[in-house]
Design a protein around this ligand. Sequence first.
Ligand code: SF4
Length: 345
Amino acid sequence: MDNAIFSKIDQITQRILGGGEMTAEEGRWMIRLDDDYLPWLMAGADRIRKTFRGNEIEVCAIANVRSGNCSENCSFCAQSGHHKTAAPAYDYIPATDLVAQAQQAREWGASDFGVVSKGWGVRSDKESAQLEEYFAAMDAGSDIGRCASLGALTQESAQKLKALGMENYHHNLECAESFFDQVCTTHTYQDNIDTINNARAAGLRVCAGGILGMGESLDQRIEMAETLRQLDVESVPLNFLAPVVGTPMGNRTPMTPHEILRAIASYRYMLPRAEIRIAGGRQFLGDMQSMIFMAGASGVMIGNYLTTQGRSVDDDLKMIRDLKLEVRGDTQQRRAQQNKAAAAV
Ligand code: SF4
């Protein structure tokens, strides 16, 4: 092992802790480091996470309110109407089901709950009316943070969502711009960037990340991180491709645990202040799942994902608490109870 490499990791760590940045060139170096240096890298990423994100882990959950037969051709996606997969296809679920799922997520300790619909934006009055019904039902039935992921947003639709009480908007870049033509050809990378900018301009908190392990190069993983940094994205979900039979990416080899942890750590160094939340593909970490936090992750999606089953929620929450980290939703509920008790005195 080379002491110069340990020193360089330390120098970059100190620079970031002092308020500086890691360059994209350093990111490309970091994401290639040999497995021998991973524990050292994770120790630095853990310090950066604790410094900028504290000891709380943000937990969120999603509901897939409409699934399948999507007009877009995203190569990884089980829901695309361009591929033949076994993913379920259904129209909007009843609002009562959505609220029940939101309440369940709140009980688990989730601070945010995402309404996710396949497709590319809210295009018809029927879709718009359905969303209004959902948001009104959630207002009445749960105090959980509201998040939506509905595809492309115009300035007008972003403002409308904000007016309906939406707080966060999720829209992934999916990958680096230089790889996007291998992922989707029915919309453009610029469409994704415009959506992020429109959401932010409407006052929505932006959650945008992507999927690693789709066949992109290591440089392209850092390229996406650099774009997210330039867009000043607050919350970055990272997924790791779970190849779906019937999609063009169905025969990809999943990332190894070391590769996943090195990618998470590199993202923490590139985006020291961002919420980095780990979503789909965590299963490829095997017994190393709890290491995502030591690698710099500050959030995790619990429950089921769009078309795949997640790990048991009890196991996830136990994992966080065993690490002596706090679930942010628990902290919020405790503060709310303390405030209520203080107000009653
Ligand atoms: S990722 Fe979204 S837009 Fe792309 S095919 Fe799947 S559901 Fe459609």
